[in-house]
Design a protein around this ligand. Sequence first.
Ligand code: SF4
Length: 498
Amino acid sequence: MNENIIKYIRPKNTPVKVGSTYIGYGHPIVAQTMTNTKTEDIDATFKQITELYESGIELIRVSVPSEKALKALYEIKQKLIKKRINVNIIADIHFNAVLAEKCATFVEKVRINPGNYVDSPNKAHKSNIPDKTLIENKIKTLINICKQHGTAIRIGVNFGSLSWRIIEKYGYTPEAMVNSALEFIDVFEKLNFTNTIISLKASDVVTTIKANTLLIEQLNKREYKYPIHLGVTEAGLDTEGRIKSVLGIGILLLLGIGDTIRVSLSEHPLVEVIEAKKILNVFNNIINNRGTCKIIYVPEEALKNSTPLKIINKNNRSFRIYSFSFNKNFSFESNNSKNILGIYINKDDENTLTEFIILLGYLFFKLDFTEILILIDVPNTEKILEIIDYTLHFLNIDKKFNEYISCPTCSRSTIDVEQLTRKIKLATKKFNNLKIAIMGCIVNGPGEMHDADYGCLGSGNNKITIYKQGKPIAKNLEINEGINFLINLIEHENNKNL
Ligand code: SF4
């Protein structure tokens, strides 16, 4: 039955060569990750790259925030070559075109961020030169170096670091993300450089999905054929971080979008690898019809003697959840107008749950239904009910949890994001519907604060800056003092709502 509803078609694009790996049509969808050590710490970064490579990852991104990090990455690369570790390194660059140009001579791919590659961070320094000319002037040296060395480029847009120029035009919207990428792609095309991969990532699942589907529409209109890198950025940690990633990446993959993926968690990158591989494995099972869950059409009479465990009516959509035993007397084969679309789940192992989340999200996005049944055929329904609640929360259907936006950290971070996020989660779990951002640095930090109720970001030298409703309210506090300040503020302002 599932194959009648899920029609996966991978569109043809032009594969991009990243060292020894091809990304794009005709090649397997490939997982990647990023180091979270200080790049300048050559031993620690080399060790982490080696561990990640041994876990089966062939594309590893490393942050290069400074000349010192650049020199370290060069040494690391030489060490990898000497030890015959055939891993493809992606240099992650923000703000600094010169670092990108230098890295492009010895790494396999450079990721640049259109939000901070060209525009001055300061609005007061607005240029009178047309936007695309400005981009062309700034990018052409990098493109020439990449052409010479066979280096690929990722145009990596992040919702948290859109330029003020783009935000002024489009606001914080999926359209802003798409146009931020398109400006660069048009210039790349003009300069005859197509060894390029594109990514649009947001910490919000729905924004990520809308931006990527819109991007594909725009690329198709222009007949551009670029591979796509997928991810939900700053997804956080624990169950929530995993469900967000499964939803954002899994739904887009089923919609036929995506050639490489990264799961961004505020945990060790080896955990990201496990989660990314799980998503790819489950996705392959779904499209090859080897999945466990069933999408079925259920005749209403099959349920007439059953009481739903739960009914959720939101935004003109209805979800009815039943504890259900498959009854062979009923035929679930055809879609006649009286039958209701449903998902049937009869296992609660990790792969089945991952598949269930993807399918539920896919049905929501792809099909214009008003009512969906969820039929649970396992003895303990609690775990699945919790997953349904999170899924509907992250699809913005039924918001009920706190949301913690936290970055996976990289060489730029000066704070322990994972530990701080755990501390803040624990202290605020008694509240509901708060959005709290915990970010390692200023690259995506201020952008992620814009619609968060509260937040903090690493402002260098073991200091943090505290935000409330998008505005900094206490700058450069010592970490413990800052976290206590933030937790006290949240408690003070929300205790009355309990
Ligand atoms: Fe690195 Fe986090 Fe800063 Fe992003 S926001 S650049 S992951 S420290």
